[in-house]
Design a protein around this ligand. Structure first.
Ligand code: G4P
Length: 531
């Protein structure tokens, strides 16, 4: 097998999604521990960095001169080369978080066993479904009192509309957590919390028919387990790898990231059930990852917050072939210009390092002198193509943005336009208006502060932001069939247009969306815009 093929075949690129505090960071730390990428769990990213306040964050960005938000962590485990994409939570939740999922081949959904499906998981999950990527569920914190297992599964199925198939099954929870039963091997792995921070532990594997099991977990738990298994075998969805690969069935695992219980088993199953990078769609058909031609698309642009260094890093996902530092590629959306990919960077545990080579499945950050846009394709192929565009995701917070000093109109327009091109914010205009009044839409409120800060520091422009009550935005899916002028919605609905002159509607609540659809026969409203 060629080197290129074997390198690509061992790649697994996935994103971890969860609601803040479900245990994403802890689980990531434990993964890295198995990969030997770090010696001690707990150093993936400092809590202080993960939970920073707005002002701290700005400070950190300034001091380092580069983003502290890690984008991807790479480590090796069991012959695989694993890329974990981070989806930032809390306040720094932004459109980037969604876009990151465009670069992943599968997703791991971490759920807190005492909470079930939470808001942020629901949002990110929608993007996974849109992409039909495999979704694996890790139900975490079993060492704390958990919801009933059947209820948790029902919650996922009802809330997210995906079938679930438990690969293992928990026995008790909280102080009474006894371990998990593996449905395939029919063995119980008994819980011990001695594994904290290490990878050698004292987990015991006991066959379900072994007498010892009863001594180990008690008669009551054993009986309950047998009952559960019977119920599950009779009623639960059967494991079907086809359905898993299409994102229609989620394999579910139970464990406790903090005590490092069930993490390695999960990782092993996950690696077996997922594929190396698959072909990606382009305007010239599917692009085979194993071809010798390098190709990649930009999914995130991280602007530097330091005004002394106005450079940017463009993060790209390699989709085919091999990357070598300094290679010359064609920037398709840049008028097919040849560009040299310089200063390639990659994240390794918590450090940035310069990479010499990378393969399909990997993510690299490239110095961007301001030429790239989200969704751009770069390739060495003679027959140029562009990868399918990255959709624009619906912002959920809106503000009217006005200029304090009207003399600075030019810088203002330049600033907001550039920041919007990087994808940090979305800007809209009154449906019939120009740039005199701008409505800014963001996915996470922190982006408002970022906008204000950057306009001031990079463009020397002061702005005033006035919050608007809209929470929902919908692109009109069939603008040619609809007369926007006469379209009638609810009184609190607003008609706007985006940078590409596409008509959109802003709504205060979901009810108004329904009303507007009822009042305008044939109208199609979309939550993501297809570029
Ligand atoms: P996040 O990245 O999804 O936001 O979650 P993170 O891993 O930071 O975990 C959130 C909190 O939950 C942390 O506690 C963490 O220690 C705890 N946690 C994670 N996994 C488990 C688990 O399996 N069992 C239990 N009992 N707790 C878990 P914290 O008090 O907020 O932080 P720390 O002071 O412990 O670091």
């Amino acid at each position: 097998m060629s080197n290129l093929r074997s390198e690509i075949e061992k790649r697994r690129t996935f994103a971890i999604i969860s609601h803040p505090d479900a245990g994403k960071t802890t689980l990531t730390e434990k993964f890295l521990l198995y990969g030997g990428a770090i010696n001690l769990a707990g150093s993936v990213k400092g809590k202080a960095t993960a939970r920073h306040a707005v002002s701290d964050w700005m400070e950190i960005e300034k001091q380092r001169g580069i983003s502290v938000t890690s984008s991807v962590l790479q480590f090796n485990y069991g012959g695989y080369c694993i890329n974990i994409l981070d989806t930032p939570g809390h306040q720094d939740f932004s459109e980037d978080t969604y876009r990151t999922l465009m670069a992943a081949d599968s997703a791991v959904m971490v759920i807190d066993a005492s909470k079930g499906v939470e808001a942020q998981t629901r949002k990110l999950f929608k993007v996974c479904v849109m992409r039909h990527i495999p979704i694996f569920t890790f139900i975490n914190k079993m060492d704390r009192d958990a919801n009933d297992t059947f209820d948790l599964l029902e919650d996922i199925e009802n809330e997210l509309g995906i079938e679930t198939c438990p690969i293992n099954w928990p026995i008790g929870s909280g102080k009474q957590f006894k371990g998990v039963y593996d449905r395939e091997t029919k063995k119980v792995m008994t819980f011990s919390d001695t594994l904290k921070g290490t990878k050698e532990g004292t987990e015991k594997e006991i066959d379900i028919d072994d007498q010892v099991l009863e001594e180990e977990i008690g008669t009551e738990f054993k009986e309950k387990l047998l009952e559960d298994i019977e119920l599950l075998d009779g009623a639960g969805a059967e494991f079907d790898i086809e359905k898993v690969s299409k994102g229609e069935l989620s394999p579910v695992f139970f464990g406790s990231a903090l005590t490092n219980f069930g993490v390695e088993t999960f990782l092993q199953h996950f690696l077996k059930m997922t594929y190396s990078p698959l072909a990606r769609n382009s305007d010239k058909g599917l692009i085979d990852p194993f071809t010798n031609d390098f190709s990649a698309f930009v999914f995130k642009i991280q602007a530097n917050m330091n005004k002394n260094h106005r450079d940017r890093i463009a993060f790209m996902r390699i989709c085919s072939g091999k990357f070598t530092a300094g290679m010359e590629v064609t920037h398709v959306q840049g008028g097919n210009k040849k560009v040299k990919l310089s200063q390639p960077q990659q994240m390794m545990a918590d450090e940035r390092k310069i990479v010499d080579e990378a393969y399909a499945g990997d993510i690299i950050g490239i110095f961007d002198p301001g030429i790239y846009s989200i969704g751009d394709t770069l390739t060495t192929a003679k027959d140029k193509f562009s990868f399918e565009g990255i959709p624009t995701f619906a912002p959920e917070h809106f503000a009217r943005c006005s200029l304090i000093d009207s003399m600075k109109r030019k810088q203002f327009v330049k600033g907001v336009t550039q920041i919007a091109q990087e994808g940090a914010i979305q800007i809209f205009q009154e449906y019939k208006g120009g740039m005199e009044e701008i409505i800014v839409g963001v996915v996470g409120v922190l982006q408002f502060d970022v906008l204000k800060f950057r306009l001031k520091s990079e463009y020397n422009v002061d702005i005033r932001l006035e919050n608007l009550p809209y929470e929902y935005i919908r692109w009109i899916g069939n603008p040619k069939d609809v007369n926007i002028d006469t379209l009638s919605g609810t009184s609190d609905m607003k008609k706007v247009k985006d940078m590409k002159e596409r008509p959109l509607l802003l709504f205060v609540n979901e009810w108004s969306i329904g009303m507007t659809l009822d009042r305008n026969e044939g109208l199609i409203l979309e939550e993501f815009s297809k570029n």
